[in-house]
Design a protein around this ligand. Sequence first.
Ligand SMILES: *Cc1c(COP(=O)(O)O)cnc(C)c1O
Length: 811
Amino acid sequence: MTTHTSYSAEWIKNRMTETVFKQFGKTIKHATNKELYFALAGIVSNEIRQKWQETNKRYKEESNKQLYYLSMEFLIGRLLRNNLLNCGLLQVTEEAMEELGFILDEILEEEEDAGLGNGGLGRLAACFLDSLASLNYPGHGFGIRYRYGLFEQRIIHGNQVELPDNWLTEPYPWETRREDEAIIVQFHGNVQMFKRNDGTLEFKYENTDKVLAVPYDVPIVGYQNNTVNTLRLWSAEPIYYDQVDSLDDMFFRDLNHQHSIEQISGFLYPDDSSLEGKELRLKQQYFLTSATIQSIIKQFKKNYRLPLTRLHEKVVIQINDTHPTLAIPELMRILMDEERFGWEEAWEITTKVFAYTNHTIMEEALETWPIDLFKNLLPRIYMIVHEINERFCKRLWFDYPEMREKIPSMAVIAYDKIHMARLAIVGSFSVNGVAKLHTNILKNKVMNDFYKIEPHKFNNKTNGITHRRWLLQINPKLSNLISELIGNQWIQRPKQLIHLLKHSKDEAILEKFHLVKQENKLALARYIYDQTGIKVDEKSIFDVHIKRLHEYKRQLLNVFHIIYLYHELKDNPNLNITPRTFIFGAKAAPGYHIAKEIIKLINTVATKVNNDPEIKDKLKIIFLENYNVSLAEKIIPAADISEQISTASKEASGTGNMKMMMNGALTLGTLDGANVEICELVGKENMFIFGLTAEEVLRYYEHGGYDARDIYNTDDRIRRVMDMLNYGEFGKQVIEFKDIYYHILFHNDPYFVLKDFEPYLEAHELIDQTYRDKMVWTHKSVINIAHSGKFSSDQTIQEYVNDIWKIKRLQ
Ligand SMILES: *Cc1c(COP(=O)(O)O)cnc(C)c1O
């Protein structure tokens, strides 16, 4: 239902005038954009508060089952535009601000991005929360309120420089501190075991380090439906002595100690394989899961008055990758040590509550913890994990004799390590991958042993993106054109975008789509000029590669193609190519040397090419610094080509691919992740597919047969590109990019950059030709938009609800 209060521009003007005066002691015409932002956010927050309270009241009254989405990352980006739109305030606010002589877009730019995530995984969690609230589902997020989010990236002399992301210097207007809901989390100490009179065991913890988890709640506002869910972010604080019952705890007031406690929610770790064995990261994981599970149990008891044996009727918990897996032994701990359940009963309850989402098959990204570190930090949790492992291995031994030799590779604890993915599978009732191809690889390869014994647990849930942010909010021109053509029902039911198909051959209408894209490209060109001083031609192909920098995402393949094109143009300046603007955005993990070298290579090539008068305006290369949600929102509406060129099998799903498809870009991609499903929908003729398939890649990994040197030796184009890295034509010094050169040749090109180079060139050649016919291109673009409703996270959420969560909509 879309019942909401109607607001007028007059109302906004009055409230703004009043608020600016009260808060800043100024008449509104003297207010800065920053002050206007805070005033407006305050007004919107107030409007939300009412609905928030009512939503919570109704959940309680209707005694609904609740979903809790646990994630170490929530990459929510800015909220003001989102909340204005969802409250039905966007249009009147735009008018009001204009009448007051201000531009709303500029005011919205004042908001800090809440960058509490690295990339796709964190953004997925944010899209899911949006869909849950917009579909009236009782679903909430639990995460950490990092004092510093992912670093802010600057590019200095072509190099990535990392600055702290100090996003909380000013108050964050969307959060509410809930000290009354604070929870104590305990680390270290020793565990004493006693026998109770009834023969059951009692566990007591001594000398633990206690940390206070204070929740900061952020409202998640549904789209014009009065539903407001909660994202609860935990902050770590010392416990002051008047709040604890023993004098021992007084030492927490010591300043050093205070600092080390605040560190727990101090900063977000960049995704980095060197993370392994980082104690603080494990502390963060337990901090999140312990506070969350305690809080969930508390709410369950308060709201439902049911025995905990019926927990699964009212609670389901989705764990986003293995990072929050400790929630499983933590629930066991609470059930046994605090609620006095026996093991069997506690396990029965626990395994009906948890569902696990896997996000990667990459070996180096599968989490493990060294036993010693784990045991020392979490002694009681270790005992429980140990027991889970013992029982699981016994079950394998007795119930599945054919699996006996697999026990070492299935055990939760093996070779002095705790394997988090294995723990997650054993303790959950559902295990899902995030795209069809990815789920099949899990079932048939990576998790095949587990699949064999419990096939019913495994299922696919292809990722999605919220079309409200990624189309309606960021691309108003395209949204208006769509509504003009097919009505605005697609906003509620994104699959209705399919009705665009009937217009996909009408030249007058295609012309309109083309004009919208051109206007968006012009806007991005202006932004690029403001940021970099470089002029780009909006008539050139905007070829966009935006995502975290990683070898498997193959930004290097893209640069190799650019270097190749540059050579071609130098050899033959009259070469007839369609002008191109290559646009990059990417952060590299600070400790990932090769990734940082690739950033430097992109920027070095950019400087050389952009300043070469012989190239004229045929090639431009733009690296926009500090890729985050707000930057993505500026780039995506203007993209012609969406580069999704990961080594097949490596990108579990991808969501950047979906965002760009929805905004009319054509995908240049491998058959990897959700690209496969995009291809099933739009057909090969409406995208540019190239390169090895996942099956071929996996076969090479398993059986060998690929020699990168062969390609280097036989393909002149590749050798020419590679040799430039070695002989340094691009650098000031001769050795500048030797690391990349040797990395490829001495590790046999593990991501198949050389192998896929030729088919990649051919795909680019086809793009160049296709773009010359505006109508043909725009026709393909509209077909992509028409099919993109399938990738709305509303769709994904509905599948989670049907197959896993079994929750009911409010009303
Ligand atoms: C969508 C998104 C991602 C994920 O992009 P992929 O191309 O799927 O890796 C990463 N970062 C931001 C800021 C995003 O908005």
